[in-house]
Design a protein around this ligand. Structure first.
Ligand SMILES: O=C[C@H](O)[C@H](O)[C@H](O)COP(=O)(O)O
Length: 219
């Protein structure tokens, strides 16, 4: 039987075909990306190094001996490989289940190509079943939550979580996200919001899905 972990691993290993020699690779965060980091480690002599979207991924890359560059030290680079919590056929995503959304969105913005690696449970017709993570300045937590209620969502403070940037996470339940780019913009305009987990203005370019029949690539 193919497990969810087998599917994540298959998607991550398939992403290696897009890694070019002598380049810097953008690396996301999460359990699927961890398989990608492990695959990258086996070919680390091929690449210059990585830019990372979280302290957790940085640590895993360094443990493998892969050099991690500061994003400010590098120009643009070819690929950013990351997972998702949900993705539609339009390649719009919800991300941030692991609280890394802000740095992920920044690193993704710099990359030429966003390669999303998922198992097939992440495919959805409409975003919103997975609660939408929003990174918020701590002082603004209650205010942002009240503004989210006005938009029709049910906000819940993610207790005990502090992001790599020193902020907090609000998860928003019960949203049917019919127009992801519009809601992404609307939420970003609430004062105190650092970033929200809708990745629609910069969606994925290539999606690699682990399935019962191996990895399938859509571009
Ligand atoms: O903040 C976390 C990231 O957005 C992850 O890429 C996302 O949560 C998917 O993680 P996983 O591969 O563990 O399901």
């Amino acid at each position: 039987m193919t497990t969810q972990d087998d599917k994540k691993r298959a998607a991550a290993q398939a992403a290696m075909q897009f890694v070019k020699a002598d380049t810097i690779v953008g690396v996301g965060t999460g359990s699927t990306v961890n398989y990608f980091i492990d695959a990258l480690a086996e070919k680390q002599d091929l690449i210059k190094g990585a830019v990372s979207s979280s302290e957790a991924s940085t640590q895993r890359l360094k443990n493998h001996g892969i050099e991690v560059f500061d994003l400010n030290e590098v120009g643009s680079f070819d690929i950013y490989v990351d997972g998702a919590d949900e993705i539609t056929e339009h390649k719009h995503m919800i991300k941030g289940g692991g609280a890394a959304l802000t740095r992920e969105k920044i690193v993704a913005a710099v990359a030429k190509t966003f390669i999303c690696i998922i198992d097939d449970t992440k495919q959805v017709p409409i975003l919103g079943k997975f609660p939408l993570p929003i990174e918020v300045i701590p002082l603004a937590r209650s205010y942002v939550a009240r503004e989210i209620v006005k938009l029709g969502g049910d906000p819940m403070y993610r207790q005990g979580v502090v992001t790599d940037n020193g902020n907090v996470i609000i998860d928003v339940f019960n949203l049917d996200i019919l127009n992801p780019p519009e809601l992404e913009t609307t939420i970003n305009q609430i004062v105190g919001v650092v970033c929200n987990g809708i990745f629609a203005h910069r969606g994925a370019d290539i999606v690699i899905t682990g399935t019962d029949n191996g990895a399938q690539i859509s571009q």
